[in-house]
Design a protein around this ligand. Structure first.
Ligand SMILES: *Cc1c(COP(=O)(O)O)cnc(C)c1O
Length: 399
């Protein structure tokens, strides 16, 4: 551990509340899919700030928009009309069948907005006294009290109870369990098409279609959490589009403004009737600065057809990894993913493999201590993915 890093770590422990266990790395600079640490060492970044910097770190086009907007208007609150919000809304809604959007600042907030809209639409428009939202085991929807209750992971509850009621988890890919769980108190099903924090777990295609059909049959809302899988990562602009689904509501965030905090919840105009003026609000949501940058993010993704690129690069990398799995029997347990959202389940050696990758200059995430999770920028050079696969092969041979 270098002197520079040690002193940074020491200050962190002194001044910041103990809530993160961090990787042993202090990042000081980034450029597209490269990062540099405090000692000047260069890394290939396969994590992109957890699927946030989808267009790369310090993307030049975005930096130019940010600088221009920084000299025009930052924030005036939602008491005013702002052209920047409308431009973003128009381009964002052009990517989906949804008709209206609510802007906020994070994934958890987007899910909170989705949860509130589902409840209020059911109560006020459908006139049904139902509030319960069904979610899936292994899901992740955020860390606010409401989204934590939706997440249903007991280990994250420690010391925080009571959590809001009205959430229940059912096993994944089990349509019978879902059918049994729906009661006259159920107002919606909320799920990630590809579970991210759960370790990159794509749900079965048939199951997703069955859940949607079940929601229609029972007249309850179908909500997709697109916070991580959205924004071209899985090969379509939205992950649900891979399966021809039509969720009533989606929540989004991570890549929306490429690193400026921003979230959005989108709904069909029918379901959007659940909110009236005053139903929901946020001070920062849809601020001019973040909106201007996000508008450019979406435009670039559409212009450069990054969904197609993610599908192509993702398929090629998965192929390489699957070849590796066959070539080195027993070293890789499972490869899962869709597009550029890829999980490599290694098993008990995973922390050492992850550590060795870091030593050799590759950043990915260590999920549940058994899976390497890759969420690279959609703009990453294919050569970086190839060299990652070669380096992983080299490391695995020694374990
Ligand atoms: C990251 C994430 C969230 C929470 O987003 P925050 O911005 O951290 O609040 C919610 N859902 C999914 C699927 C996520 O990956």
């Amino acid at each position: 551990m270098s002197q520079i890093f040690s002193s940074i770590k020491e200050r962190e422990e002194k001044f910041l509340l103990r809530s993160y266990s961090r990787y042993p790395l202090a990042i000081v600079k980034g450029k597209m899919s490269r990062l540099w640490d405090a000692d000047g060492k260069e890394y290939i970044d396969l994590l992109a700030g957890i699927a946030v910097a989808a267009l790369g770190h310090c993307n030049e086009e975005l930096a130019a928009v940010l600088a221009k907007q920084a000299n025009k208007l930052w924030h005036v609150s939602n008491l005013f009309y702002q052209e920047e919000q409308l431009e973003l809304a128009e381009v964002l809604l052009s990517t989906t069948h949804h008709e209206q959007v609510f802007f906020c600042n994070s994934g958890a907030e987007a899910n909170e907005a989705a949860i509130k809209l589902a409840r209020r639409y059911t109560k006020k428009v459908k006139k049904r006294d139902a509030y319960e939202i069904l979610t899936l085991e292994g899901c992740f929807h955020g860390r606010t009290l409401g989204t934590l209750a939706a997440t249903g992971r007991q280990s994250l509850y420690d010391g925080f109870e009571p959590l809001p009621e009205g959430f229940r988890q059912v096993p994944i890919n089990d349509i019978k369990a879902m059918e049994k769980a729906i009661t006259d108190k159920t107002c919606a099903v909320l799920l990630e098409v590809v579970q991210g924090e759960g370790g990159v777990v794509p749900l079965a295609s048939d199951y997703l279609k069955q859940v949607e059909a079940l929601c229609r049959q029972k007249d309850i809302l179908f909500i997709c959490d697109e916070v991580q899988a959205g924004f071209c990562r899985t090969g379509c602009f939205w992950a649900f589009q891979n399966y021809g689904l039509k969720p009533d509501i989606i929540s989004t965030a991570k890549a929306l403004a490429n690193g400026l905090p921003m979230g959005a919840m989108m709904a069909t105009s029918e379901v959007a009737r659940g909110f009236v003026a005053g139903s929901h609000a946020t001070t920062f949501g849809g601020g001019a600065l973040a909106s201007a940058v996000a508008t450019q993010v979406v435009r670039i993704m559409l212009r450069d057809e990054l969904a197609k690129r993610a599908a192509k690069l993702g398929t090629a990398l998965m192929q390489r990894l699957n070849d590796l799995k066959i070539k080195l029997p027993g070293k890789i347990k499972e490869i899962r993913g869709l597009g550029l959202m890829i999980g490599i389940e290694i098993g008990e050696n995973c922390p050492q493999v992850w550590q060795e990758l870091l030593k050799r200059g590759y950043i990915c995430s260590l999920s549940h201590n058994v899976t390497l999770r890759l969420l690279p920028a959609l703009t990453i050079d294919e050569a970086d993915l190839t060299s990652f696969a070669d380096t992983l092969a080299d490391i695995l041979k020694t374990f």
